[in-house]
Design a protein around this ligand. Structure first.
Ligand code: F6P
Length: 348
């Protein structure tokens, strides 16, 4: 078969390992593989190249994606569906493997409903995709955040400061919770559990009163204050505009908290936004392994003619689930897990 692949949405470490897995296993099984550039945009514009084993030989250790990516939503483009049909016909593609998060895989699911043979591979640093225990990219990203938190501890301690650290993850707190625990944050604020600023400031003062002269606050970019809070009525956004999938660009909560904490407590505060540092660079061993296994699974799904499916991790096993089940719902941090892992306050 002739298999087309693309990477869509925000990039993440591990994408190249998946591409290598698909190409190596695909060629071994007698398929031809072509890669579309820039996510769905490359399909709309019929831009692609043939992928050979030589091209992908050493790419597993590199971050980003050799195919590049975009947040293009083909269904929002003029004649989007028709243009996809044209390209897939011209490029003689039998099966399309989309590697992405909820938005990219949502398009793959719609195309499947339209009669195309599509398969999904889940990636996102946010780890918020339903039906899979983990997405690749997440492990690398939280390790970067843990390293940042470790470093911020020493400077915060030296200066007796409060350091507020903003961590990505849009509407899911997985990154902030896991990196916050791993990196020893004293207060962890996630979107799923709105926070009370009074309570946060009280905890910081209590720490100070028992001789803990510094504190680290890990806050998710999408964290919100409790309903009715005069201090913050909604998520903090970088810009009011949304992308083609309707996602708003979040950012700035750490700076807002830094100022509010200083004002309410008198404690010297600083903020850091980790931002895209969390998405860049080389993938961890865990992500390389998971991404490669997902790639190999995609080829197995082609062989078994299981279209409209997504590779997924369940426990230690790679399984497949219908794309329909996986997309359109965020996998959130359960409130119980947040409480069980210490919730708001550590080291009072
Ligand atoms: O979805 C991955 C992610 O990194 C989110 O955590 C973040 O909110 C968003 O992408 C940032 O988007 P962009 O790369 O378009 O700035």
């Amino acid at each position: 078969m002739r298999i087309g692949i693309l990477t869509g949405g925000g990039d993440c470490p591990g994408l190249n390992a998946t591409i290598r897995g698909i190409v190596t296993q695909g060629i071994k099984e007698g398929h031809e593989i072509i890669g579309f550039f820039d996510g769905w945009l490359g399909i709309l514009e019929n831009r692609w190249e043939s992928l050979t084993e030589e091209k992908v030989e050493d790419i597993h250790r590199e971050g980003g994606t050799i195919l590049h990516t975009s947040r293009t939503n083909p269904f929002k483009e003029e004649r989007g569906l028709e243009r996809i049909k044209d390209t897939l016909k011209k490029a003689e593609v039998d099966v399309l493997v989309a590697i992405g998060g909820d938005d990219t895989l949502g398009v793959a699911e719609k195309l499947y409903e339209e009669g195309f043979k599509t398969i999904g591979v889940p990636k996102t640093i946010d780890n918020d995709l339903s039906s899979t225990d983990y997405t690749f990219g997440f492990d690398t990203a939280i390790n970067i955040a843990v390293e940042a938190l470790d470093r911020l501890h020493t400077t915060a301690k030296s200066h007796h400061r409060v350091l507020v650290v903003e961590i990505m993850g849009r509407h899911a707190g997985w990154m902030t919770l896991e990196a916050g625990i791993g990196g020893g944050a004293h207060i962890i604020l996630i979107p799923e559990v709105p926070f009370d600023i009074e309570e946060v400031c009280q905890a910081l003062i209590e720490r100070k009163n028992v001789g803990r002269s510094y504190s680290i606050v890990a806050v998710a970019e999408g964290a919100k204050a409790v309903k009715g809070s005069k201090f913050l009525s909604r998520e903090v956004v970088k810009e009011e505009k949304t992308d083609a999938f309707g996602n708003i660009l979040l950012g700035g909560i750490a700076r807002v908290l830094e100022k509010e904490i200083a004002k309410r407590t008198g404690l010297e505060s600083r903020s850091v936004t980790l931002g895209h540092l969390q998405r860049g660079g080389r993938p961890s061993a865990f992500d390389r392994f998971l991404a490669t296994r997902f790639g190999i699974k995609a080829i197995e799904l082609v062989k078994e003619r299981k279209f409209g499916q997504m590779a997924a991790l369940r426990g230690t096993e790679i399984i497949s689930v219908p794309l329909k089940e996986a997309v359109g719902k965020t996998k959130s941090v359960p409130a119980e897990l947040y409480q069980e892992t210490g919730g708001l306050f550590w080291g009072k």
